[in-house]
Design a protein around this ligand. Structure first.
Ligand code: PEP
Ligand code: MN
Length: 343
């Protein structure tokens, strides 16, 4: 349930509602809004009688939350969440582009690619230091050395970095170096990792599990919000289907669904969806046309020599074309929104 207070409700009235919620054995979560406070009620089993609260001074409405995910849903929080990473804004009205290699392979490789993607207009640099590989015999990532290279890129090239955390044990280390922490598709339901992410002081990029429904994905995000970290960006990266022409199937319909149901930003990873370079640009255009809030794209200056995911990595020139095309598409929405505001 969400209890919406009157615009002029006093702090004392808010406190009384909070105490009433706690007295019933539930958790109260005050959410300050633009012009009024709302108070979320959590951990109730079954419906709560709204008349208990409606009769209290200062209360405007008591709205039942019908979804299993509470804090992720628009019922709970109607305004779009916008997340700031340095000078980069992620969410409604912005288009963020994150780009870089699948893995940090060496300082030279990472810096070469970071300079190129920044020149093309990327806002953030991506690169894995801990790699979740299907085979134990393939490159597993550079570990902390890779994280140090990422920190150097932020410092010297001036671009924030996103990198994957693979387990609970290395969380503190990744949090120390990264501007944004990625939880990969294979870990979407690693609940101890999600609980730790809820305590993190950095935004979390939560990828959709390759076989997860959207409700399961939302519930995973709910763990992070419930832990106290409200900065979650959802990332659709394709789901496992029966097809052979792509690595995964990009679920474009997830974008409008997520936008309707949740206030959290949603971005798209066309690279892991496609698995093939030639599909990455068309899928990126489709994602931005469907109003995703941005992209995370794999780029490599020598993809034939990449230690992971070379086949889906764009050449820098292709990435440049991608950026120009998606900026044009995003520009159509920007123009329309501006015209609507003038009307
Ligand atoms: C990645 O971003 O390099 C990655 C491993 O992604 P995913 O978890 O979506 O497979
Ligand atoms: Mn990859």
């Amino acid at each position: 349930m969400l209890i919406v207070m009157h615009q002029k409700a006093t702090q004392d009235q808010v406190d009384k509602v909070v105490n009433e919620i706690k007295a019933r054995g539930y958790k109260a979560l005050p959410i300050p809004g633009g012009d009024r406070v709302s108070i979320g009620v959590l951990y109730n089993k079954g419906a709560i009688d709204p008349t208990i609260f409606i009769s209290m001074p200062g209360v405007k409405e008591a709205i039942p939350i019908t979804r299993p995910y509470k804090q992720v849903s628009r019922e709970f929080h109607s305004e779009d969440t916008i997340i700031r990473v340095g000078d980069v804004f992620i969410g409604e009205g912005h288009m963020v582009i994150m780009a870089g290699p699948c893995a940090v392979e060496s300082e030279k490789q990472a810096i070469t690619i970071a300079e190129k993607v920044k020149q093309c207009g990327a806002h953030m640099f991506r690169g894995g230091a801990f790699k979740p590989r299907t085979s134990p015999y393939t490159f597993q990532g550079m570990g902390e050395e890779g994280l140090k290279i990422l920190a150097k890129i932020r410092r010297e090239i001036g671009i924030p970095v996103v990198t994957e955390v693979m387990d609970y044990e290395s969380f503190d280390m990744v949090e120390h170096y990264a501007d944004m922490i990625q939880i990969g598709t294979r870990n979407m339901q690693n609940f101890s990792l999600l609980k730790r992410a809820g305590k993190a002081k950095k935004p979390i990029l939560l990828k959709r599990g390759m076989s997860a429904t959207i409700d399961e994905w939302f519930m995973a995000a709910e763990y992070i919000l419930e832990g106290g970290n409200r900065e979650v960006i959802l990332c659709e990266r394709g789901v496992r289907t029966f097809v052979r022409h792509s690595r995964n199937t990009l679920d474009i319909s997830a974008i409008p669904y997520v936008r309707n149901e949740s206030h959290l930003p949603i971005i798209v990873d066309p690279s892991h969806a496609a698995g093939r370079r030639e599909q990455v640009i068309p899928l990126s255009r489709a994602a931005i046309a469907a109003e995703a809030h941005g992209l995370i794209v794999e780029v490599h200056h020598e993809p034939e020599n990449a230690l992971s995911d070379g086949a889906q990595s764009l050449y820098p020139e292709q990435f440049d074309l991608l950026c120009r095309q998606v900026r044009d598409i995003f520009g159509i929405f920007e123009k329309q929104h501006k015209e609507e505001q003038l009307r």
